[in-house]
Design a binder for this molecule. Structure first.
Ligand SMILES: [Fe+2]
Length: 691
């Protein structure tokens, strides 16, 4: 891309709904009279999707009532004082774009820091943003980025961003972050109004965050009912000072997860209380609001080329027929989910290729949620592992030998999935793109930016010690899965991808993920014991920025007399606060957690470790918040988990408050035929219940 000319960039800018700011060879002092007026740019500035020679700049400047529509001058400079301005252009925010503006800054130098600002015709200017271009393709220097997900200013503070900024400002220039990867739940479309939960939620104070004029109440939540509502929730999120500071400091590379459209559901379908309802109009609205507020190189259809998002006309009709990959064939569904195509990939020098997939627009209905799946044991929060495998794989189970019946303990039902195709998250077209890109990648590290986790999250309830009043998992019932909604419940497609990696001898492959509101470090394998365990990649999952996680909830909701209490929470001696034990249970097995509660001795408990339960996991904290910091070099990939306490309130200091831990995982590059291995170093904090 470094040799691309101005004409190429003009059409590229048009395709992404941006104007073009072309970098010139000679820098000059600014001639613009600029007075910072942050109040006129209430969502600040942002940049996104950097390439070696270009990056997209963004702001939102609503019209001032009674004044002409704003016409903005955007300046890009090599210095923060704007004495070395290398590009100047215009942007005209429109009401049709919610007063947002995108500018493609191009003709830039690779691996370079730039500063940018917007100024209106009266001299009122935005805050100054900082951004960076990607390294040149042959650049062999290390690449550094953080990955984040799940920010909820409705019920928490974004101290993680504060910490990220604090640390980055203090690093030597050549060790600073290149970009921030945001893996979704940038917004939560489900919002709580303070009056609905005056006592808070799981100990969190509810902020008066956003009100939906066209919204709808679902239980104690409110959901958007229009484009205007979706825009409001982005405006509210971007008014958060820490989100705004982070966007002003680094380019963001963003992929959505579920909450950018609808909590539960798939494609353009919403699901509430287990009931599906058509949501094509809202899916288009959600896509438009995302496009308007997140600067990205995502592709719009059918109106690419205009500076406003004009979505397709769609009707709310529930799909009734699906292709072999779970894609609903109803025309409005297809038009809605195609209105913004976000799967894409980036190269950062020699050592990193980052591939991003959209895990919700093409995901089929999850058969594990079918009413006929009644298998499990009351009291255990687990789905039978093998039952999930059968239901997910359909006719492809065990190489095309699905059983006629599904059996669990004394329960038995006909296998209704016997003749059906396996479930899909990616859909056919996206999966073909992803595998092609992965197979051709020459980067040292091929990192899949995956909004959803793929590491199995399971325990061994079959080993629960018997006791009076304690429910019994069948002795031959096998392992129990704690999570089935993401890749862990989509074993067939996950296996297809991991088999591709193994058969092609691809090394340096792994994923970074979000969504789980939990930190995970481990190795990816198509299956776990009693099936073969053959890892082919690594995975790191980041805790949420601020959303509530399972480890925070369990101590508040587990009943004191629950006969399985020790699996969920640990009550330390001497009245110390109860903490989650589910992580410990999944890492070491149920016997370890019962032993921990009985003896309060972590070492004795770990001595009962079940090596077959989670041989793939090195770290699990479902109550952690913060971010992952990845560094890619020629021979190692490291991921540092920076853990923060529950973000009840905004930390007063500029450092974002104290850390709970800092844990470093190192993955040495492996050779074809070798298995990836994770090394762990605890740099700070006590993580004995998470390792
Ligand atoms: Fe989330």
């Amino acid at each position: 891309m470094t040799t691309s000319n101005r004409r190429t960039f003009l059409s590229a800018a048009a395709a992404m709904g941006a104007s073009l700011a072309w970098g010139r060879a000679e820098a000059r002092p600014s001639r613009v009279r600029w007075t910072e007026r942050r109040d006129l740019y209430p969502q600040g500035v942002a940049s996104g999707d950097p390439l070696p020679d270009s990056v997209i700049l963004w702001t939102r400047r609503p019209a001032t009532p009674g004044q002409p529509a704003p016409v903005l001058t955007v300046e890009i400079a090599e210095d923060e004082a704007f004495q070395r301005v290398i590009a100047v252009s215009r942007a005209e925010p429109k009401a049709e774009s919610d007063w947002t503006s995108r500018v493609l800054a191009a003709g830039l130098k690779p691996s370079s820091v730039y500063f940018y600002r917007f100024t209106d015709q009266t001299g009122s200017g935005s805050r100054i943003g900082r951004t960076l271009t990607a390294p040149a393709p042959n650049d062999g220097r290390p690449v550094r980025f953080t990955f984040v997900s799940c920010q909820s200013p409705n019920e928490g503070a974004q101290n993680a961003y504060r910490r990220m900024i604090f640390e980055d400002e203090r690093r030597p220039a050549d060790q600073r972050l290149d970009f921030v990867l945001h893996l979704g739940d940038f917004i939560y479309e489900v919002t709580v109004y303070p009056e609905d939960q005056p006592d808070g939620r799981y100990g969190r104070r509810i902020r008066d965050f956003v009100r939906y004029p066209d919204g709808e109440a679902i239980g104690k939540f409110h959901i958007p009912g229009s484009l205007g509502d979706y825009r409001l929730v982005y405006q509210a999120a971007l008014s958060d000072p820490d989100i705004q500071d982070a966007r002003a400091r680094w380019p963001f590379v963003c992929m959505w997860d579920n909450h950018e459209f609808s909590w539960q559901g798939y494609q353009s379908v919403q699901v509430f209380g287990g009931k599906a309802r058509p949501g094509a109009k809202l899916k288009v609205a959600a896509n438009q609001a995302w496009f308007e507020h997140i600067p990205s190189r995502g592709v719009r259809l059918p109106d690419a080329g205009r500076d406003v998002f004009v979505g397709p006309a769609v009707e709310n009709v529930l799909p009734t027929t699906y292709d072999e990959h779970g894609l609903g064939q109803e025309p409005s569904n297809l038009a809605a989910i195609s209105s913004l195509k976000l799967w894409r990939a980036f190269n950062y020098g020699r050592h990193l290729e980052l591939m991003l997939t959209d895990n919700h627009s093409f995901m089929g209905p999850n058969p594990v949620n079918d009413d006929r799946n009644v298998f499990g044991v009351e009291g255990y929060p687990f789905a039978p592992d093998e039952v999930v495998r059968i239901i997910d794989a359909g006719r492809t189970y065990e190489g095309g030998n699905p059983p006629d019946k599904i059996r669990f303990g004394n329960d038995e039902a006909p296998n209704w999935r016997k003749n059906e195709p396996p479930a899909s998250i990616l859909g056919a077209e996206q999966k073909a793109w992803f595998l092609d890109r992965l197979g051709k990648s020459r980067a040292t590290w091929k990192v899949w930016g995956n909004s959803m986790g793929a590491l199995d999250w399971r325990a061994d309830p079959q080993n629960t010690p018997k006791a009076p009043g304690r429910p019994e998992w069948p002795a031959d019932g096998g392992y129990g899965m704690y999570m089935v909604a993401d890749w862990a419940g989509h074993r067939a497609e996950r296996g297809e991808i991991l088999d591709f990696v193994r058969k092609r001898g691809i090394t340096g492959f792994g994923t970074v993920a979000g969504d789980r509101h939990a930190f995970f470090a481990g190795v990816l394998a198509p299956s776990l014991p009693p099936h073969p365990f053959e890892p082919v990649g690594f995975e790191f999952v980041t805790g949420s920025i601020s959303s509530v996680g399972g480890g925070e909830v369990l101590p508040r909701v587990t009943k004191p007399d629950d006969p399985l209490r020790a699996l969920a929470v640990y009550d330390p001696p001497n009245g110390a606060p109860t903490v989650a034990a589910m992580d410990f249970t999944c890492l070491h097995g149920v016997r370890a957690s019962f032993e921990l509660q009985a003896t309060h001795d972590v070492a004795r408990a770990k001595a009962l470790h079940n090596p077959d339960c989670s041989p793939h996991l090195k770290f699990l904290d479902s109550g952690g918040h913060g971010y992952g910091l990845v560094t890619c070099t020629a021979d190692t990939l490291t991921c540092e988990f920076v853990g923060l306490p529950h973000p009840y309130e905004r930390a007063p200091g500029e450092d974002g408050g104290p850390l709970t831990y800092r844990v470093l995982h190192t993955v040495p590059l492996w050779r074809p035929g070798e298995a990836p291995v994770l090394q762990q170093a605890v740099l700070e904090g006590d993580v004995s219940l998470h390792t």
